[in-house]
Design a protein around this ligand. Structure first.
Ligand SMILES: Cc1cc2nc3c(=O)[nH]c(=O)nc-3n(C[C@H](O)[C@H](O)[C@H](O)COP(=O)(O)OP(=O)(O)OC[C@H]3O[C@@H](n4cnc5c(N)ncnc54)[C@H](O)[C@@H]3O)c2cc1C
Length: 412
C-alpha cells in the first residue's frame, strides 16, 4: 500500500486526503492546528460556480482607482506592504491581456462546470448531502446603471452556459422580504448554492477520513529531507519527522513558504478577507446575496447570518484590522435595514491567491514525488470536491477528466 503525506488540513487538504484514503492509499495529514481552522473555517459558505472570472478582468480595472482611494472601499493595500506586492502585481497585470483573460475564464469555467458532479458524489459517499442548501444567490442592483456595470460578469456566464434569471421590482422582495425597496433589480444564480457550515464540512470530512484509517500528525512543517529520489521525510519544528513516500502540499496561503524550501517558487499572496457572524440577526433569509457595487456578501448559515468579503493585501503576519468587518456590516445593513448585528463575532482569513486567479493543482516541476494543490483564492470551498477528485486521479495515475495544463505550478 502506497503511503502519502498531505500537508494542510483545510478544506483542500482534507478533501484530497479523504479521496486518496478512499482509493486505498495510506494517508497522513499534517497540520500545525486542528483541521479546518485556516481560511476554510470562516469563508462565505458559497458554492460560487458563477464567480470563476479572473480578478484581472476589465471591469475590475475600471473600478480599481475608485476602490483604492476609498478607505472604506472593497480593496485595501496596506502602504507598508506595497513594495512586497510589486512582483505579484506585475503578474496580475500580465493576466489582464484579452487573450490571456479568455484562457483564464475557460480554465475557471471548466472546473465550475463539474463542481456539482464532484460535490454531489463526495457528499453522498460521506452522508453529508444535507449540508448543501437548495437556494441560490441573488446579485443586487439599485438601478440599471449598476446592473450595466456588472454586465461583463453576466456575459461571461452566458458564454459558458451558466444559468441566471433577471428579476425586477417586487418579485425581489417576494424572494427575500428582508431586502430594502432601494433594490430595483436582481439576478438570481440558482446554481450558486451554499454549505450550511463550512467549518463543520471540513471536520465531518476529516472524521470520515479517520474512519477509513487515515492518520493525522499535529505539527508545524519546518523543512524536508530530500534525496535524489525526491522528498523522503517532513521535518517538524519540534524536531519530529514524518516519513513520506509521496507528498501533497496544500497549506493554503502558506504553501509558497513550504515550496520555497524545495526551491519551487509559487507567486502566492494572501488576499485577507473578513466575516461577521451574526447570531441573532432579527431577520431570516433563504438566499445568499451579493451587491456588486457595494462589494459584500451575506449568507444564511447554520449559526446565523454571515456578512463578509473585502480584499486586504497586507501579508501573512499583520494583525487583523476588524474595521474592515465593520464596514461590511454597515454595507449589509443598507440592503437589509432590519439586520441586528449586536450579537456577533468577527473573523479574518487568508485566501490563497495567485495573480491569474486559477488554482495550482498538479505535480511539482522539481521533485518527482511532490504535488501541489493551492491558490484556490475566493473559490476554495467551491473547488474542494473537484480538487480532491482531480488530485487523486493524478496521484494514482488515472487520466483526469479535464486537461490539467492550465493548473500547472510552473506556468508563471
Ligand atoms: C472572507 C472569506 C470568504 C470566502 N468565501 C468563500 C466562498 O464563499 N466560497 C468559496 O469557495 N471560497 C471562499 N473563500 C475562500 C476559501 O475559504 C479558501 O480558498 C479555502 O478555504 C482555502 O482552503 P485551503 O485548504 O487551501 O487553506 P486553509 O483552509 O487556509 O488551510 C491551510 C492549512 O494549512 C495549515 N498550514 C499552513 N502552514 C503550515 C505548516 N508550516 N505546517 C503545518 N500546517 C500548516 C494551516 O494550519 C491550515 O489548516 C473565502 C475566503 C475568505 C477569507
Amino acid at each position: 500500500m502506497s503511503s502519502i503525506v498531505v500537508v494542510g488540513a483545510g478544506i483542500i487538504g482534507v478533501t484530497i486526503a479523504y479521496e486518496l484514503q478512499r482509493r486505498g492509499l495510506a494517508v497522513t495529514l499534517v497540520d500545525r492546528d486542528a483541521p479546518g481552522k485556516g481560511a476554510s473555517y470562516g469563508n462565505m459558505a458559497s458554492v460560487a460556480v458563477t464567480e470563476f472570472m479572473p480578478a484581472s478582468r476589465q471591469g475590475i480595472w475600471a473600478q480599481m482607482p475608485k476602490w483604492l482611494l476609498d478607505p472604506e472601499g472593497p480593496v485595501r493595500i496596506r502602504p507598508a506592504y506595497m513594495p512586497k506586492l510589486v512582483p505579484w502585481f506585475l503578474r496580475f497585470l500580465a493576466a489582464s491581456r484579452p487573450s490571456k483573460l479568455r484562457e483564464l475564464e475557460a480554465a475557471g469555467a471548466v472546473l465550475c462546470q463539474r463542481v456539482y458532479e464532484d460535490f454531489d458524489a463526495l457528499l453522498k459517499q460521506t452522508g453529508l448531502t444535507q449540508m448543501l442548501t437548495a437556494e441560490g444567490c441573488l446579485s443586487l442592483y439599485t438601478d440599471e446603471a449598476e446592473f450595466k456595470a456588472d454586465r461583463e460578469h453576466i456575459d461571461i456566464l452566458e458564454r459558458f452556459g451558466f444559468r441566471y434569471e433577471i428579476i425586477g421590482g417586487n418579485a425581489i422582495r417576494d424572494l427575500e422580504p428582508a431586502l430594502t425597496t432601494k433594490i430595483g433589480k436582481a439576478v438570481l444564480f440558482p446554481d450558486n448554492r451554499s454549505i450550511s457550515d463550512p467549518y463543520k464540512l471540513v471536520t465531518a470530512l476529516f472524521e470520515r477520513f479517520e474512519a477509513l484509517g487515515g492518520r493525522i500528525v499535529q505539527g508545524d512543517v519546518a523543512g524536508f529531507e530530500q534525496s535524489e529520489a525526491g522528498v523522503s521525510a517532513i521535518r517538524l519544528a519540534d524536531g519530529r519527522r514524518v516519513v513520506a513516500e509521496k507528498m501533497v502540499l496544500a497549506a493554503g496561503a502558506f504553501t509558497a513558504r513550504l515550496s520555497a524550501l524545495l526551491r519551487e517558487h509559487i507567486p502566492l499572496e494572501t488576499e485577507r478577507g473578513y466575516h461577521t457572524q451574526i447570531v441573532e440577526p432579527g431577520i431570516s433569509m433563504r438566499h445568499s446575496i451579493i451587491w456588486p457595487a457595494r462589494a459584500f456578501m451575506v449568507t444564511p448559515t447554520a449559526g446565523g447570518i454571515r456578512v463578509g468579503g473585502t480584499v486586504e493585501m497586507a501579508g501573512l503576519e499583520a494583525p487583523p484590522d476588524y474595521r474592515r468587518a465593520k464596514i461590511l456590516v454597515k454595507r449589509a445593513r443598507e440592503a437589509l435595514p432590519e439586520l441586528n448585528a449586536e450579537r456577533a463575532t468577527e473573523w479574518m482569513g487568508h485566501r490563497p491567491a495567485l495573480p491569474d486567479t486559477v488554482p495550482v493543482m498538479g505535480p511539482s516541476a522539481k521533485r518527482r514525488n511532490v504535488w501541489y494543490a493551492t491558490g484556490h483564492g475566493h473559490l476554495g470551498l467551491t473547488y474542494a470536491a473537484t480538487t480532491g477528485r482531480l488530485m487523486a486521479d493524478l496521484i494514482t495515475g488515472i487520466k483526469p477528466p479535464v486537461d490539467m495544463k492550465p493548473y500547472r505550478v510552473d506556468r508563471f
